[in-house]
Design a protein around this ligand. Structure first.
Ligand code: HEC
Ligand code: HEC
Length: 202
């Protein structure tokens, strides 16, 4: 949690360009609306800008998406270790640095390591999305035992507070942004949650 507070300070100090996200759940949503929202959430979660870091039990980040050509594990034999920040090997922050004089220009160079004003790290083992089906990701994301103990509002707030996610919709450097927008994704989480977190049939 300390990290989040730090990120919020850095956000206020050096990234005034980030848009505020409105977190207002709808008063009601039908299961069908919930499922439609889920299908868009899945498009986002399975997109390379998200899935490259959500690699589950593997401690290898992935390089995938149009800017990479072919899909492969992160070059240079990078491993995140149990720490998920590379403490046992080479720290992610060696290349994915957390400082910039000008965040607006921090990610303009193609094939440079993406940077945000918080520690770059691999997602928790439970949040295993790379190559997973819609049903698998859906069941993980609605399960408090596997999603960091988050309810609908906590999921939405996490999405707003996390600077990595702001990057994913504005990655720069010739990378394809995640689909829709951060606000649209937060709205979909709120529709899906209000509808009772429906998941597609197997
Ligand atoms: C640089 C690596 C990285 C990228 C890229 C990334 N994430 Fe994550 N993600 C993490 C880490 C680390 C956590 C754990 C943070 C925490 O629990 O405070 C996390 C946790 C989450 C969570 C919390 C729920 C859970 O199941 O753990 C959600 C939701 C999430 N990410 C969504 C996304 C989405 C959507 C994208 C793309 C738009 C994305 N992430 C891209 C690293 C990443
Ligand atoms: C030696 C430098 C270096 C280290 C250390 C490093 N990376 Fe990277 N990383 C890069 C470079 C360079 C790229 C971009 C490669 C490209 O675009 O062709 C990259 C790209 C990525 C991507 C893909 C982002 C995207 O969606 O395009 C992820 C995910 C990633 N790194 C995660 C990590 C994690 C997690 C760690 C620590 C365990 C780490 N990296 C350590 C240099 C590094």
């Amino acid at each position: 949690m300390k990290l989040k507070v730090l990120a919020a300070c850095l956000l206020a100090a050096s990234s005034p360009v980030l848009a505020e996200v409105d977190i207002t759940p709808p008063t009601s949503a039908t299961p069908a609306e919930g499922l439609e929202a889920w299908s868009r959430i899945y498009e986002v979660a399975s997109h390379p800008r998200c899935a490259n870091c959500h690699t589950g039990a593997s401690d290898r980040p992935m390089w995938s998406g149009p800017s990479y050509g072919k899909t492969r594990p992160h070059g240079m034999n990078i491993r995140a270790g149990e720490s998920r920040i590379g403490a046992e090997h080479v720290l992610c922050s060696t290349c994915h640095t957390t400082k910039s004089d000008d965040w607006a220009k921090a990610n303009t160079t193609s094939h440079a390591a993406p940077r945000v004003a918080m520690d770059w790290q691999l997602a928790p083992v439970e949040a295993d999305w790379f190559g997973r089906t819609s049903v698998e990701i859906c069941e993980q994301l609605r399960d408090p035992e596997r999603n960091g103990d988050r309810d609908m509002l906590a999921l939405a707030e996490h999405l707003d507070h996390d600077l990595i996610l702001h990057w994913a919709w504005k990655p720069g450097g010739g990378r394809e942004p995640a689909p829709y927008s951060l606000q649209a994704h937060v709205n979909d989480i709120l529709i899906w949650g209000t509808a009772g977190f429906p998941c597609p049939e197997n």
